[in-house]
Design a protein around this ligand. Structure first.
Ligand SMILES: Cc1cc2nc3c(=O)[nH]c(=O)nc-3n(C[C@H](O)[C@H](O)[C@H](O)COP(=O)(O)OP(=O)(O)OC[C@H]3O[C@@H](n4cnc5c(N)ncnc54)[C@H](O)[C@@H]3O)c2cc1C
Length: 406
């Protein structure tokens, strides 16, 4: 009878354990919190967005981008979707995002708990793994209470994003002790900080826009939220991974916002056409009133203040240069970014264990036999839309199946 220990009772730990269990082994999950799956309950605003219909490597980052097609492919997509179905998760798909039909993360938690109960997998909570040693082909797992011994070990301790959920980065040290490298770990899917003077004046504004990073081809469309320290929202989160790397390389980062994207306006000529048309229909309106037709009034105020243009001027009182400056702000509104928010507020981390040190078919370590890694501890991070849980699930299913088939 083989013994399998999974360190970490997050989503990837549970899925690894469920897939690893067969009639010939004993599987135990060790979790430091008094309750498992703490982070899972927060995902997708409590609704758990666990997969995405548009499953492709272009939604993932890794220092080994060239290895991603070995993992992010049609075969593994099917593997993950079949797994979720097999534990009774019925999908509700909205704009490609998969949620449990109940729209509640607790449905996924309960399904996973039921599965481990049925399969006779032991879950031990309040159990913090301090150290692991390997000797004579056995792993010795030292915890805050008992010592455990096993033949196969899965490290599913997550990253250091949102450390209050239990994943605080200590798993990287466990991996390092086994000779693994850790690619620089940085916060990702995180809001951005700016010290532009006007930022506080925009706090509370939410709108849809196209956001691009100056001097790059990176752009994202979606909702942007202004806060008193900077900007947030899904499109900002999706750009944060690249921005974090640029800041770390001492590059100056500016983002440009096109507020007229929903009107299919991308250049000055089209912006001019739209504003001119509106001004001729509503010639009684001031420039501020005209801009309020497109923008939240707070954005209008900031634009006109920045350009030193009086709010009560009418369109035909503005000179050509003033109009061009206004149009430019509508489609290229600039915000300088000085930092990302911290790990405390990040949804995931970029960096972690390099894919070059892991067998991408089985998620077994290429350094230590019978040692496996799953989930966010690995150097793969996805964009918003269910991509991170998708990767956590795929890595865990492949690791679990390899253990069960041994
Ligand atoms: C607010 C928020 C919203 C998110 N929304 C989404 C979403 O909608 N869709 C999506 O795909 N992704 C989302 N994510 C990301 C997703 O939750 C993670 O990528 C995923 O949970 C990673 O799973 P994991 O099992 O690798 O790690 P985790 O879920 O972090 O689990 C790791 C577990 O290991 C335990 N642990 C750590 N160290 C030890 C130790 N030494 N001993 C014992 N136990 C230990 C921790 O307590 C934890 O329970 C979100 C993240 C956050 C923070």
């Amino acid at each position: 009878m083989k013994k399998v220990i999974v360190v970490g009772g997050g989503i990837s730990g549970f899925i690894a354990a469920i897939n690893a269990k067969n009639n010939n082994n004993e599987v135990i999950i060790l979790e430091r919190n008094n309750n498992p799956l703490k982070k899972l309950l927060m995902t997708g605003n409590g609704k758990c967005n666990y997969f995405n219909e548009f499953f492709s490597t272009r939604f993932y980052n890794s220092n080994n981008q060239e290895l991603l097609p070995l993992i992010i492919n049609d075969t593994n997509e099917l593997l993950a979707l079949n797994f979720f179905e097999s534990i009774g998760i019925i999908p509700r798909i909205k704009d490609g995002y998969y949620y449990p039909y109940s729209n509640q993360a607790i449905t996924v938690k309960n399904a996973l708990l039921k599965e481990i109960e049925t399969k006779n997998i032991k879950l031990i909570t309040n159990c913090y793994i301090k150290e692991i040693k390997k000797a004579n082909d056995l792993f010795y797992v030292y915890t805050n209470n008992e010592e455990y011994i096993c033949d196969k070990l899965v490290i599913s301790t997550g990253s250091k994003a949102y450390p209050k959920t239990g994943s605080d980065g200590n798993g990287y040290n466990l991996a390092k002790e086994f000779g693994h490298t850790i690619n620089k770990v940085m916060p990702s899917l995180v809001s951005l900080k700016s010290n532009d003077k006007f930022i506080k004046d925009l706090s509370g504004v939410r709108c849809n826009a196209l956001v691009s990073i100056e001097h790059t081809d990176e752009e994202e469309y979606g909702q942007i939220q202004f806060t008193d320290y900077g900007v947030s929202g899904i499109c900002i989160f999706n750009l944060s991974s690249i921005i974090r790397s640029m800041l770390d390389n001492n590059k100056k980062v500016n983002i440009k916002i096109n507020f007229l994207r929903d009107l299919d306006v991308y250049d000055l000529a089209n912006a001019y056409r739209i504003l001119k048309e509106l001004s001729s229909k509503a010639s009684n309106r001031t420039i501020a009133e005209l801009l309020d037709s497109f923008l939240d009034y707070k954005i209008t105020n900031v634009i006109l203040e920045k350009l030193h243009i009086k709010k009560d001027k009418h369109y035909n009182e503005l000179d050509k240069d003033e109009i061009t400056l206004i149009l430019d702000k509508l489609i290229h509104f600039n915000i300088s970014i000085i930092d990302t928010n911290t790990f405390d507020n990040a949804q995931v981390c970029k960096g972690g264990i390099p894919l070059t040190e892991i067998n991408t078919n089985t998620f077994e370590s290429l350094i230590v036999p019978n040692l496996y890694f799953t989930g966010e501890i690995i150097d793969v991070d996805g964009k918003c839309g269910g991509y991170n849980i998708a990767f956590a699930a795929i890595s865990a299913i492949l690791a679990g199946k390899d253990i069960a088939n041994d």
